[in-house]
Design a binder for this molecule. Structure first.
Ligand SMILES: [Zn+2]
Length: 386
């Protein structure tokens, strides 16, 4: 099993260790991380040359040094319930596991999730956002143009159909009939599967920029989209804070630099206000995307240093935390990659604010307890749940 050691003059603090471990696991199948007195020793199950692993460790530590944890906003909320509400929600049948990372919702959990979307949709309305809707299957070039498969191979999920020929369809139908014992289907030509022309949407905003591709008359605009998104990950202990399929709403801004920066600031203020109204403790702080691969680590540092991404981090129970929303400034990334301009020939800026609803709902149940009837009246009134 390849391993690598890196010498440190001073040990990492608890937060840095957690962040280091989390970032390492994005790229490698980590067996052990040993924080010794003179450094860190990491062992991975991947077949990676030790020199490459060592290089990755060095870059991760550099990123960690840049990661400032710069906090924009803190809201303290005393008397956190501090117990996992999921067992009680599952016992009531409001949260039902379908498979690893996939859940069904009903009852109060679903009512709260729906109410949260109403509130966020209202924020979008205040900004004058235009509502859009599109399918959760996106053409491969939409994601390839923004290097999604290179940056996030660990999160990608592709959708493939069966080859449009009689023999391929007959072979597929026969091989995977009821009782065949096949719980998984290898995506191979032998199984009759066609190349994937689409991938499951990993977020809801990218399609907004894709719709502008090639345009030379882009004006300042705000959109909002609600949708189901998919990422190839799940919580190892089956909790609701990391799902393979979940719902989100984004508010998306495209336009001049001044317009996008002003709207992003206004939305940051709205998000902070929402957390206060929900009586949810939070930190809104600088963050980075879970890029895969070594060259992307440099971009984590750039994102963090340039304050391109902020996350709204909330406590769940014990030491468990999660990010329930993110505020992202892309500068001209999408206009360059999808080739769109405003009427003056300039590349528009873009930004988005996204809310992950299952996480936000879960965080609220962690905060106020598994019984909706016992929640503070102010929160129920705010969510119009009374
Ligand atoms: Zn987005």
């Amino acid at each position: 099993m390849p391993d690598a050691h890196i010498t440190l003059t001073a040990a990492l603090d608890g937060d840095s260790r957690a962040h280091f471990g989390e970032m390492l696991k994005r790229s490698f199948d980590v067996a052990t991380i040993d924080h010794g007195s003179n450094g860190i020793t990491v062992s991975v199950r991947d077949d990676v040359p030790p020199a490459e692993l060592h290089q990755a460790l060095k870059q991760l530590l550099r990123v960690r040094r840049y990661a400032s944890g710069d906090c924009l906003f803190v809201h303290e909320a005393p008397n956190q319930q501090n117990a996992d509400p999921q067992p009680a929600l599952e016992a009531k049948g409001e949260v039902c596991s379908i498979a690893q990372g996939l859940f069904a919702f009903r009852g109060d959990f679903l009512r709260v999730r729906t109410a949260l979307d109403s509130r966020v949709r209202m924020i979008a309305g205040h900004c004058g956002a235009d509502e859009l809707s599109y399918p959760p299957l996106w053409p491969i070039p939409l994601l390839q143009s923004i290097n999604y498969f290179h940056d996030f191979p660990h999160l990608a999920l592709l959708a493939s159909g069966v080859e449009p020929e009689y023999m391929a369809r007959a072979a597929f139908a026969n091989r995977f009939r009821k009782g065949s014992g096949n719980a998984v289907i290898a995506c191979t030509a032998e199984n009759g599967l066609a190349p994937a022309h689409a991938a499951l949407a990993p977020t809801v905003c990218d399609c907004c920029y894709w719709l502008l591709r090639g345009r030379r008359d882009v004006v300042d605009q705000i959109s909002t989209i609600y949708g189901q998104v998919f990422r190839n990950e799940s919580s190892p202990d089956g909790r609701l804070d990391r799902l393979t399929a979940y719902t989100m709403r984004e508010i998306v801004m495209v336009g001049s630099e001044g317009f996008v920066l002003a709207k992003r600031q206004a939305l940051l203020d709205e998000v902070a206000g929402l957390m206060v109204d929900l009586d949810l403790a939070c930190n809104i702080k600088a963050a980075d995307d879970p890029f895969f691969s070594n060259d992307a680590l440099q971009r984590n540092a750039y994102q963090n240093l340039s304050r391109l991404k902020y996350e709204v981090e909330v406590p769940l129970y014990d030491d468990r935390k999660t990010a329930v929303a993110s505020i992202n400034l892309h500068e001209d990334y999408f206009s360059r990659n999808y080739d769109f301009e405003n009427a003056d020939g300039a590349r528009p800026f873009s930004a988005c604010v996204g809310f992950g609803y299952e996480r936000l709902t879960y965080a609220l149940f962690c905060r106020h307890g598994a019984k909706l009837a016992a929640w503070p009246r102010s929160v129920c009134t705010f969510l119009e749940l009374t």
